[in-house]
Design a protein. Structure first.
Lengths: 338, 338
């Protein structure tokens, strides 16, 4: 027998290293998580629902997992990134319609006075959303949002907003998908806005993004080409009770697992847990001021209007078997760039 | 060398027969179709869009195909099966609310006078839809609809409505799925109604059914268990311009291929064909009174209010490169039981 050439030996060794690395990766699907009840709950749920013949087995078609976005999959403080988008769009809107410049809330936004902007009323904010998110064809909106996402930077990390996703949650989504789960984003944010980047940054395609949605109107341009115009007509306010309502409308199945981080996710988690068999409900608690932010007011953390996690939600989680994820103690790493 | 046992020879032969059968099946993915321009258009489209490196290649994630249901995937004459469901539900509704019995349209429906029922106004029909499709929890509606589907029979074929799907279209859906397409139903029928059976009879899961949809309201029963109540509040009228609007809302991507059979599908086909690259738009023409029904009024066929295919739609198809499927000449077989 001829001795194998050195190159063959190297190839064989490389192959066995690859296999060993794969085996190692398989032993821990959630490397950014510290061992603890949260990590354990996720792994046990996935194992139980995918063990063929087991008492909690879930057929692949019914494996639906829903994830809130702001504060659950990426940073939401100090202000939702979509609100930053709307504020940044105001100069272009005013340029196109100069008559807006003297009226509110445009005058205040154009002044650049941050304190005054932070005090805008809900009604003024709505005017801002209507002016910056509706009135244009869907494809024009998509192009504008994409351009902004490519250039805008978060003030604290000086990085694109799309890099501020939580590495541990990215791992959960990948782990669930690898086990036959369809992962959905169910967000209070704008459905059309989140769809612009969800596929690239989370691997979640547009048809698996459920969000606050307005109507569109079908029409034709001068050349006779059809387009959809974004209208200021709210179809779904995908927050609080709107989340299970949106899940029924867009998915039509009750989730097996749901992840959130605030009072806006309460009904989605209740609805998920009310189904038969194994169900998983989890809430991210932002208790890490050093590596990210700390806010509640649950557990004595500072209160926040953005992503409020009240003590009552914390107590309900305890009573109903929802698992609270402590960012500080459950997450080894927060961002991929850490 | 020992001679192989007879059983081994049989097994080997069986295996090679299976392979041969599979190879044969692969040569014709659409056995219920006669050779002709319609079959050719489907096969060429699928081959062109799935040939890696080819000029018309479409990445798997973008492979979206939408199918109208009534008249495209199953029989819609003489009356949509969902209307039959609503009529059949009236006695139960009147029993629960006896005060309805003396008012219209319930009085006429309860009389059983078919001619009078056929003449009910649009407004009366709407009252009927509201009374039979809303006001109950989503799960109760689902159970009622399922029970009806299991027992109701089409008067002509004396079979469950769910058996009256077109074998050639079933083959198209399977063929497209085998080539990485996500198949969606986009129907003017009720989204919740079609979701009850679409997975079982078409292999289309609930989350891939887009239809006329009403709002739901989240609430709790006496035991504190959450449920969604079906409300008489129209969110999406998924017909005509409502089809591309519904596609944007529920899918968020422009289809690559769309199939319809009536004026209600015009905008969906226009929207599909207005995209870049390879796009397929097809219309089923019911021109086979012997094996199914013949109606138009296109091509001089009898006019019908149900599933109207006007001559203008036929002419538009010719101008815009949409392919018309002749049920009579393109389909070798109509139903699986033929």
């Amino acid at each position: 027998m001829k001795r194998p050439a050195l190159s063959m030996v190297v190839l064989a060794l490389a192959a066995s290293f690859t296999l060993a690395a794969q085996a190692l990766a398989q032993t821990d699907p959630l490397p950014s998580w510290n061992d603890g009840p949260a990590k354990k709950a996720i792994v046990e749920f996935v194992q139980a629902t995918t063990t063929q013949g087991g008492p909690q087995f879930v057929p692949p078609g019914e494996r639906i997992a829903t994830f809130d976005q702001d504060g659950t999959l990426w940073v939401e403080q100090p202000v939702y990134s979509q609100v930053m988008y709307c504020l940044d769009r105001v100069p272009a809107v005013v340029k196109a319609k100069p008559e807006l410049a003297e009226g509110e809330p445009f005058k205040t936004v154009m002044s650049g006075n941050r304190e005054a902007i932070a005090k805008l009323s809900m009604k003024d904010l709505e005017k801002l959303l209507v002016a910056t998110l509706t009135g244009m064809p869907t494809e024009e909106f998509r192009a504008e949002a994409k351009k902004w996402l490519d250039t805008a930077r978060d003030p604290r990390w000086k990085r694109p907003y799309t890099e501020l996703t939580y590495q541990p949650m990215q791992e959960v989504m990948k782990y669930m998908r690898a086990n036959g789960y369809k992962t959905y984003i169910v967000t209070g944010g704008g459905q059309d806005f989140v769809r612009v980047y969800a596929e690239e940054i989370y691997g979640v395609p547009p048809e698996q993004v459920v969000g606050t949605a307005g109507g569109t109107k079908y029409g034709y341009d001068k050349a006779g080409k059809p387009f959809l115009l974004k209208e200021p007509r709210l179809l779904l306010n995908d927050d609080k009770a709107g989340k299970p309502e949106g899940i029924h409308l867009m998915i039509g199945r009750r989730p097996r697992a749901a992840f959130g981080n605030s009072a806006g996710d309460k009904e989605m988690l209740e609805y998920t847990k009310a189904g038969d068999g194994a169900r998983l409900a989890m809430l991210v608690l932002h208790d890490d001021a050093t590596r990210e932010y700390a806010y509640g007011p649950a557990k004595g953390l500072r209160a926040s209007k953005v992503g409020t996690f009240p003590q009552s939600l914390y107590d309900q989680a305890g009573k109903q078997g929802w698992v609270v994820i402590s960012m500080k103690s459950d997450w080894k790493q927060i961002f991929s760039f850490d």
